[in-house]
Design a binder for this molecule. Structure first.
Ligand code: AHM
Ligand code: MG
Length: 338
């Protein structure tokens, strides 16, 4: 591989190394790339194309949908449904699973996605992203059901995200490392710019929404207190803090320069009867796959996220991910408390 490799070339070359590959997977990834380019275009043009503001609807979780949430969801479906690679799909923005219409062929894969994550950032022109995950459809392609989607994260065939930031990037894993591509707007292609991303094991940076501090679980309180105590505290070094409120941007920062991201369980979330803030199938599992493939860790607190047996399509879980030694420390704090 040399600099200047397009994502299409890269995916095809990876596929050639897999014996028995039919090209279906490559085709699906290429369609996802197209969807992300289209979303990137809309996000970039923002108010110029009337894309900002709310859509006047709510998603299944009772959250107000932005126009760009709805549009991105439609673009993702349109780009991926027609080619015969998918049996069905599921999205954060749709109540039920999406069956491939009769007029198209069906394929052996399932796709789950969050079409535009961090959408509270759209109207203020801060980075947002798309997250996706590909699974095999265990029940055959004819009548996929919700149960087919309820697979542990360890079963993912591929996962990744597109980040709509100062430049648009695509970060991808198919289970052999993580690679990052930057969209060259002039030629409309993603070019390999960040081969084999690896998260530094040690870090001095953490990310958490500190407005929830009084609700956090004890292990998270302890961890953050120790970070804040800096060089005078038990960690013996000063920490830096970031919170973008855009998981894609947060994960990307961690991939590039290390750090730990936490959206832990807290009393406020428990009171709502929810299992966490972030969704297992659309956010936590794909991001965990990327993070682990880059040498990092990803846990709920006591447990590895990718080993969870999903119980519902829109299930939410606590998420702690990033540099391995920090994630292990947090896990140890959780396990100590029992
Ligand atoms: P969304 O999918 O509705 O955009 O919510 C997910 C986002 C994450 O990107 C981010 O980490 C988190 O919500 C921010 O939450 P908060 O506003 O509580 O800080
Ligand atoms: Mg989201």
């Amino acid at each position: 591989m040399h600099h200047g490799t397009t994502i299409t070339q890269f995916i095809s070359e990876e596929q050639r190394r897999v014996t028995g590959a039919t090209g279906e997977f490559t085709g699906l990834l290429n369609d996802i790339v197209t969807a992300c380019k289209m979303i990137s275009h809309q996000v970039n043009h923002g108010a110029l194309v009337g894309a900002l503001g709310t859509a006047g609807s709510e998603n299944v979780q009772g959250e107000t949908q932005k126009k760009l949430d709805v549009l991105s969801n439609e673009l993702f479906i349109q780009s991926t449904e027609w080619a015969g690679h998918l049996a069905a799909m599921a999205s954060e923005e749709m109540d039920d699973i999406y069956q491939i219409p009769e007029e198209y062929l069906r394929g052996k894969y399932l796709l789950t996605f969050d079409p535009l994550d961090g959408s509270s950032n759209i109207d203020v022109n801060v980075s947002v992203g798309t997250i996706f995950s590909i699974l095999r459809c265990p029940g055959g392609k004819d009548k996929p059901t919700i149960r087919d989607f309820l697979q542990a994260g360890t079963q993912q065939v591929a996962a990744g995200y597109a980040l709509y930031g100062p430049s648009t990037m695509m970060v991808l894993t198919t289970g052999s490392g993580v690679n990052g591509f930057t969209l060259d707007q002039n030629i409309g292609e993603f070019i390999l710019t960040h081969p084999d991303l690896k998260i530094p094991a040690e870090t001095q940076e953490f990310a958490i929404n500190a407005s929830n501090q009084r609700f956090w679980d004890a292990p998270v309180k302890r961890y953050v207190e120790e970070c804040l105590a800096g060089s005078e505290g038990p960690r013996g070094k000063d920490f830096n803090m970031r919170w973008i409120a855009s998981m894609v941007a947060e994960v990307h920062r961690i991939l590039v320069r290390g750090g730990v991201f936490m959206y832990p369980m807290d009393e406020k979330i428990r009171a709502k009867g929810q299992g966490g803030k972030l969704r297992l199938l659309y956010e936590a599992n794909p991001m965990s796959f990327v993070i682990e493939q880059a040498g990092g860790g990803s846990i709920t607190g006591p447990d590895r996220i990718m080993e969870l047996q999903p119980e519902g399509l829109h299930q939410r879980v606590p998420v702690i991910l990033g540099s391995r030694t920090e994630v292990e420390r947090l896990q140890a704090y959780y396990r100590e408390q029992g």
